[in-house]
Design a protein. Structure first.
Length: 129
């Protein structure tokens, strides 16, 4: 697992510090989106602000993306390999289970394209079932 973590970080030009490796490991071990509180639980000796700074850095570098799943706490999930610094390609739906309160990426689901009026610019699309 350590080699995979180091390779993943190196692929995004991220220095593999021990904290970054521990945080990335949690994303690789979990298929669900994680919050800062989740990571604090997994890494009880880590400082909250250190985890938060690394999450923001990972988003910037294209390692993880934010997931707006309707709760107060921001959640994060692993990006596809094609995401790059400043160019996220994480336009996929997420599934939130109301029973277990977990959010997972549905990366393989194809989102249908929509034709919007020309004078409008689409910033966000939400789907509810």
């Amino acid at each position: 697992m350590t080699a995979k973590i180091i390779d993943t970080l190196a692929g995004k030009n991220v220095q593999p510090t021990p904290m970054r490796m521990l945080i990335l490991e949690q994303f690789l071990l979990n298929t669900r989106a994680l919050s800062l509180v989740d990571l604090e639980g997994f890494l009880p000796r880590a400082d909250r602000s250190t985890i938060y700074r690394n999450l923001k850095f990972f988003v910037q570098k294209g390692l993880i993306h934010t997931v707006d799943e309707g709760s107060v706490a921001q959640h994060y999930a692993l990006c596809p390999d094609a995401c790059e610094e400043g160019a996220h390609l994480d336009t996929h739906p997420h599934f939130y289970c109301t029973s277990c309160k977990e959010t997972i990426c549905l990366s393989s689901l194809v989102i249908p394209s929509f034709r919007f009026p020309v004078k409008y610019r689409v910033e966000q699309v939400e789907m509810t079932a």
